[in-house]
Design a protein around this ligand. Sequence first.
Ligand SMILES: Cc1cc2nc3c(=O)[nH]c(=O)nc-3n(C[C@H](O)[C@H](O)[C@H](O)COP(=O)(O)OP(=O)(O)OC[C@H]3O[C@@H](n4cnc5c(N)ncnc54)[C@H](O)[C@@H]3O)c2cc1C
Length: 479
Amino acid sequence: MTFPRNLLYSRLSSLNKYSRNVNTSAVRLQNVQQVTAKKRICIVGAGPAGFYAAQYLLKQLSDCTVDIVEKLPVPFGLVRFGVAPDHPEVKNVINTFTKTAENPRLRFFGNVSLGQDVSLQELRQRYHAVLLTYGADQDRELQLQNEEQKHVISARKFVAWYNGLPGAEQLQPDLSGRDVTIVGQGNVAMDVARMLLSPIDTLKATDTTEYALEALARSQVKRVHLVGRRGPLQAAFTIKELREMLKLPNVTTNWRADDFAGIAEQVEQLQRPRRRLTELMLKSLSEQSKRTATAVDGKQFLPIFLRAPKAISAKEIEFAVTQLQENAAVATDTTECLPADLILRSIGYKSSCADPAINFDPQRGHVRHDQGRVLKEGEGSSVEPGLYVAGWLGTGPTGVILTTMNGAFAVAKTICDDITANAFDTASTKPGFEVANQRIVTWDGWLRIDQHECEAGKAKGKLREKIVDVEQMLRIAGV
Ligand SMILES: Cc1cc2nc3c(=O)[nH]c(=O)nc-3n(C[C@H](O)[C@H](O)[C@H](O)COP(=O)(O)OP(=O)(O)OC[C@H]3O[C@@H](n4cnc5c(N)ncnc54)[C@H](O)[C@@H]3O)c2cc1C
């Protein structure tokens, strides 16, 4: 997964100045049944794809209402539970989502899970159109023996742990050893490496959960190996993330000179972003040879290329040395073992099938669709009328928030076009969402949780202290 943030963040931040001044009258209105509205649209998942699609639909269709159904009591998906706590500027997109949620034609139903509390069939009966945007919350596995051992965990779970996803506090990663080996070199891997190597004082002001801060303060981790199957020219991390690593105080970055054989000669032919990234790696490598010994108490960041994971044991991970053949990594017979008190697997996310009625491709880990229109199971190119998919659930887990935004806008436009073309029924009356005996968190309820978290954070000198217990969230939300 790649997320080149360079342009994205400055653009999104300037678009969205964070303001806590919530239009309470608009919020109150959201619970009023919108009997006059003609088209009822349900969006499943309150992450970026869901909110951006809602924004587009509400703007383009003046006679529609949008209900967002979200599994958790709280909104924003990976913006809250994925984006690194030391990148608060990225989370400014929450301002735009909040504005969208204040629209009286939008209702938020938190704590309602598709497949558990409501079925796809029910939603399709109750709405003219349903848009699935429930993301990718599983991780890809290495498929190696011993992968289930306690010292092997997914980067996804580690990220969820420091970001306070309900249930993730149970993870308790063992940070008592010196060496962590991360398999994978994308920006999620870089986020995790940075969290492990950053001085604790810089993390204290962020919204990192308190239990994670305590564990990171006790951490004995001194060396983080970041291992990839391919070479420096294929590195999946981006320049911003590398710059941040190179600037971390009391952390030395050590490259392997052998990994860069023949790389300098190719720099001139590279496209600009790849060239700049490669130049930065080469510059850092050349500075390293001039450096005197690493400070004894210092930490080390160790990027290693051309190694494919082969076997896991108690304190080590064995890698096959690879060679590049037409950009693909091919394992050789030579192997190398790296020390690993903790192994973090960071080779990508995948979606799950939340409801058996969804035409889901388990191999690729996403919903089968044609430009956002969900395909009928086993019927070639014919589509399910009024059923759509957007975000990582449709594209697979690639791309940044900006990419997700563009994709969600495109699918929302397809919905509008299909309405104009009468591609599905919008004439009949639809009742919208109703669930008996369900503790539903409304937008007002979320605002109460938000206020509580911000106040708790302020008392500790942090941006916010996230609540991780669902029951406590529901209590504060007043349900
Ligand atoms: C660790 C990490 C760090 C990242 N950092 C950055 C970054 O710094 N900058 C950047 O631009 N991009 C970043 N990204 C990428 C960005 O987060 C994604 O592009 C974006 O979140 C995808 O949006 P989505 O709406 O498809 O999915 P999600 O954000 O995952 O939202 C899906 C929502 O659906 C809900 N849901 C799940 N199952 C159900 C169900 N059964 N019923 C109802 N609701 C359900 C989830 O709770 C969630 O709220 C990062 C991604 C990761 C994994």
